[in-house]
Design a protein around this ligand. Structure first.
Ligand code: SAH
Length: 229
């Protein structure tokens, strides 16, 4: 299904995701049209596939981003406070920022300093996302995402863009009541035994429920490696 969504323009790509039912919410479609994927990856930006961005990281495929946004949409509204773990290229932070503007906050966290610098440079390529960095609507920080990011917690939504061995306790603690987390988790105790995306909901009373959505293959959430430039 996904390859059929590829196009030669950003709008064409988003329209194809819509046409094939991978995207169904008009405001998410608008936000994805407003953010040109070519700002975040140079090679084949309008292909519906993941691409390498360096430092062992990849920008996720557009249909994966669309599904993550659709899954979290009730919690990504104007004014929402969002944490994007393993923010990589910065693409999803940009789309989420359009969805929470004018007065929410998106914090992107990645553990490789070269990657956080790259994402800031990507966000600076467009005056709208550049202004969002200046105003603090978007913050990009370097750190271990398995610990969340306590200074800006609690979050309406937490998106995890790399596969975890478990649903880490600090992330559950930093989720609002109510709030929702999208997290790929390794199955069978090993990263190579398969992974599945889980939707974790915390209700108004703080009760937590978990729902397995579908099998996936993400880059793992790991200890940071040192990269020489
Ligand atoms: N959503 C991003 C996905 C990037 S790939 C995008 O579409 O561009 C996954 C990212 O997770 C990589 O950038 C990697 O550096 C980061 N990562 C891996 N382990 C991490 C950890 N423990 N803490 C924070 N980031 C981590």
């Amino acid at each position: 299904m996904s390859w059929r969504c590829s196009s030669t323009t950003n709008e064409g790509l988003v329209n194809n995701l819509w046409k094939h039912g991978l995207l169904s919410t008009p405001r998410i479609r608008e936000a994805m049209v407003a953010v040109d994927r070519a700002q975040f990856t140079r090679e084949m930006p309008y292909e519906d596939s993941p691409q390498r961005i360096g430092y062992d990281a990849t920008i996720s495929a557009p249909h994966i981003h669309a599904n993550a946004l659709e899954t979290l949409k009730e919690y990504i509204k104007p004014g929402s406070n969002i944490l994007d773990i393993g923010s990589g290229s910065g693409y999803l932070c940009a789309v989420m920022a359009h969805l929470i503007a004018p007065n929410g906050k998106v914090t992107g966290i990645d553990h490789i300093p070269q990657i956080t610098s790259l994402s800031i440079a990507n966000l600076r390529k467009n005056p709208v996302t550049s202004e969002m960095l200046d105003s603090g609507l978007i913050s990009i920080v370097t750190g271990d995402g398995r610990l969340g990011y306590p200074p800006n917690a609690p979050y309406d939504a937490i998106h995890v863009g790399a596969a975890a061995m478990d649903v880490h306790q600090p992330l559950l603690e930093q989720l609002k009541s109510p709030g929702r987390m999208f997290i790929p988790v390794a199955e069978g105790g090993s990263m190579y035994g398969g992974q599945a995306v889980w939707q974790i909901d915390k209700d108004e009373k703080g009760n937590v429920s978990r729902k397995r959505l579908y099998g996936v293959m993400y880059v793992p959430l790991t200890d940071a490696k040192k990269f020489e430039d």
